[in-house]
Design a protein. Structure first.
Length: 143
C-alpha cells in the first residue's frame, strides 16, 4: 500500500466561525473490486492509457523506448483525480484545451519540465470532502 499526499484544503464556515485546514491523503491498495490498472513490463511496448473502466500502463512506449515518468504521472491523473485530457484530439472536438503547463495537456509542446497538476485537477476530491462538512465552503489551494 502506498500513501500519496495531495495537498491541504481550506474550509471556511458559511456563517461565521473559524476556517479549518484539512490535509487529504489518498491511499492506493490492490483490490479486485476497484479500478483495474494492468501494468505491462518489458517489450514490446504499447500506448499507456486510462478509460472509465480501467487502464493500461506500459514500461516501454509503442516505439519500444522506455516510458517517461511524466507519462505515468499523466495517466495517474486520470486514474486518481478523474482529470480529463487537455490537449487537442480530433476524436474529441469539445475537449477543453489548456496552455498553462498542465500535466494533463500537451506537455511535450508546452515543456515537460514546467508541467504540473493544477488546482482544477483536484476539484472532484473537494466535492467529496465537502459532503462531510455541510455548512462549509471548501476551496483548494496550491502549495
Amino acid at each position: 500500500m502506498a500513501t500519496w499526499t495531495t495537498s491541504s484544503r481550506s474550509c471556511t464556515p458559511d456563517k461565521g466561525g473559524d476556517a479549518i485546514t484539512l490535509s487529504i491523503d489518498t491511499l492506493l491498495w490492490n483490490d479486485d473490486s476497484g479500478y483495474k490498472i494492468t501494468v505491462h513490463g518489458g517489450k514490446p511496448g504499447g500506448d499507456s492509457a486510462m478509460t472509465q473502466a480501467g487502464g493500461n500502463l506500459y514500461e516501454y512506449d509503442s516505439s519500444d523506448a522506455k516510458e517517461e515518468a511524466i507519462t505515468m504521472a499523466h495517466e495517474f491523473g486520470h486514474a486518481m483525480l478523474h482529470a480529463s485530457d487537455e490537449y487537442a484530439n480530433a476524436a474529441v472536438p469539445g475537449r477543453v484545451l489548456t496552455n498553462d503547463h498542465s500535466i494533463m495537456a500537451n506537455y511535450y509542446a508546452q515543456g515537460k519540465g514546467a508541467a504540473t497538476f493544477k488546482v482544477r485537477h483536484f476539484q472532484h476530491l473537494v466535492a467529496e470532502v465537502a459532503k462531510q462538512y455541510p455548512g462549509y465552503k471548501l476551496k483548494i489551494e496550491a502549495m
